[in-house]
Ligand binder design. Structure first.
Ligand code: URP
Ligand code: ZN
Ligand code: ZN
Length: 475
């Protein structure tokens, strides 16, 4: 195998990772990995460098990419508790080396102005690499003008909502936007819940005076996700717009996506750990509102279908929707669901949760790494710089120790969120070391070693269309 030959003489490298099991061509191979000038320089036997780290028994994986985070996201008079710095630290502890967050239009702010505002915020804070999806809460003439400018700034994905009264795009605006995206080769990421149906269900429940948190899944049933995805699929077929559906929560939603893709829609989907590992029985507990998110947690009985969609890679990405509100923020809801800051933390745990399932034989390591690193890099235009361990690409690495048997607990977490929804979860394995562009930024032994502002803004370009066509697996 040519990739096992060192590229140059001994001592030329900055750092060598010795004797690890390296994730190469979708399998683990015993070898050394050498880094020079932030890049992977060689993978082979007996490589040497000024600095070496012994990694016998450890898995050397591409750094994870969290394609869906909400750092410093304002909601009413509060804000998500992790900012770009603390979110980076929490991410690094979980093996994450890149995140994609969102811009958010404030009032009449243009798309480029909101990008610049968020970039300025992240620039001095982010400790890992990052980009943004450009959020649109209103489709106007300005969007048409700003789209080519966004592309030249390295932003190739927009984000819109089909739910939330103050954000949702009506179908006519969605259709116009999709035509425009198709014209410019821009990817449209979508929160797919049928807002009209949901508002009707909420109004009915309000009339009856029953609004407990337990009701959340009934106010936003699976059918609202599936019909929204079908609408998107039909519009994608008509316009040619590539669509990426965020946080698919149900088997019904995943099946709708597969059906639309089969019918010719250019559509790919993401799910999140909360929908794979948690269920709606948590909402019936006294502190059920700490588990509130949209779409809501679903019944355990339907979770198998969602796992099947992930195992077959019918769903292409696992990302977290990391949206950490503290308990006091959630407590302020006073029994009214629309006052409740929605969203759950996840960036610190998702890699370890999924890799633990790999060790249990639930899904393959290949699928786990594809969905948490390679696919988001390809879909969002960062491949091959990110998302693999190829020679010449950024040395972003998660070193994973498969051995420790652990119980996840908030006490050991680095997020500033004051609780975890995964408290008490048993997992096998742990992040041992995280490397960003050749520099260790977290180790299990030393903790966070990175720098505030050490992350870099990533310009993204071409979308990998193979994720959006009908050759993806059937459910
Ligand atoms: O409940 C959630 N998911 N909150 C974050 C915002 C969103 O819709 O992704
Ligand atoms: Zn959403
Ligand atoms: Zn989100």
């Amino acid at each position: 195998m040519t990739y096992l030959k060192p590229l140059g003489g001994a001592k030329m490298y900055d750092l060598v990772l010795k004797n690890g099991k390296i994730f190469l061509n979708h399998e683990l191979v015993n070898a050394d990995l050498a880094i020079k000038d932030e890049k992977i320089a060689a993978i082979g036997q007996e490589l040497e460098a000024k600095h070496a780290i012994e990694l016998a028994g450890k898995w050397v994986l591409p750094g994870l990419i969290d394609a869906h985070t909400h750092l410093s996201l304002p909601f009413r008079d509060t804000i998500t508790t992790d900012d770009f710095y603390t979110g980076s630290i929490a991410g690094a502890k979980g093996g994450v080396t890149t995140f994609i967050d969102f811009t958010a239009q404030q009032g009449d702010e243009g798309l480029v102005a909101s990008l610049n505002r968020r970039k300025a915020q992240a620039q001095n804070q982010a400790g890992i690499d990052y980009s943004f999806h450009a959020c649109i809460s209103k489709f106007s003439k300005g969007v048409r003008e700003d789209l080519p400018k966004l592309l030249s700034e390295g932003i190739n994905s927009l984000k819109v909502f089909m739910a939330y009264p103050h954000m949702m795009l009506p179908d006519n605006e969605l259709f116009e936007l999709m035509k425009l995206c198709a014209e410019h080769g821009v990817l449209l990421t979508v929160h797919a819940e049928n807002g009209t149906m949901i508002e009707g269900l909420i109004a009915d429940a309000e009339k009856k005076g029953v609004m407990g948190i337990k009701l959340l899944p009934e106010l936003r049933p699976e059918v609202t996700e599936a019909t929204a995805i079908k609408t998107l699929g039909t519009m994608s077929q008509a316009t040619g717009c590539p669509v990426y559906v965020v946080h698919i929560s149900s088997g019904l939603g995943a099946a709708a996506l597969v059906g639309e893709r089969g019918a010719g829609a250019h559509i790919a989907g993401e799910t999140c750990p909360q929908y794979l590992f948690l269920d709606n029985s948590l909402l019936a507990k006294e502190d059920g509102h700490y588990f509130s998110c949209c779409p809501p947690l679903r019944a355990r009985s339907g979770q198998g279908l969602l796992w099947d969609a992930l195992k077959s890679e019918a769903l292409s990405v696992v990302a977290t929707d990391h949206c950490p509100f503290n308990r006091a923020d959630k407590d302020s809801w006073e029994g009214c669901i629309s006052n409740l800051p929605m969203g759950l933390p996840g960036i610190e745990s998702f890699g370890e949760l999924i890799l633990s399932e790999v060790q249990r034989g639930v899904l393959s390591l290949q699928t786990a790494i594809k969905t948490m690193s390679e696919a988001p890099a390809r879909i969002f235009g960062m491949f091959p710089q990110k998302g693999s361990l190829r020679i010449g690409t950024d040395a972003d690495i998660m070193v994973y120790d498969p051995e420790p048997e652990r119980v996840l607990t908030h006490k050991e977490m680095l997020t500033t969120n004051d609780y975890t929804v995964y408290e008490g979860f048993k997992v096998k394995g742990q992040t041992h070391l995280t490397i960003l562009r050749g520099k260790p930024i977290y180790s299990q032994e030393a903790g966070w070693m990175g720098k505030e502002g050490g992350g870099r803004f990533l310009k993204r370009a071409v979308v990998d269309s193979s994720f959006f066509n009908k050759k993806r697996p059937e459910l």
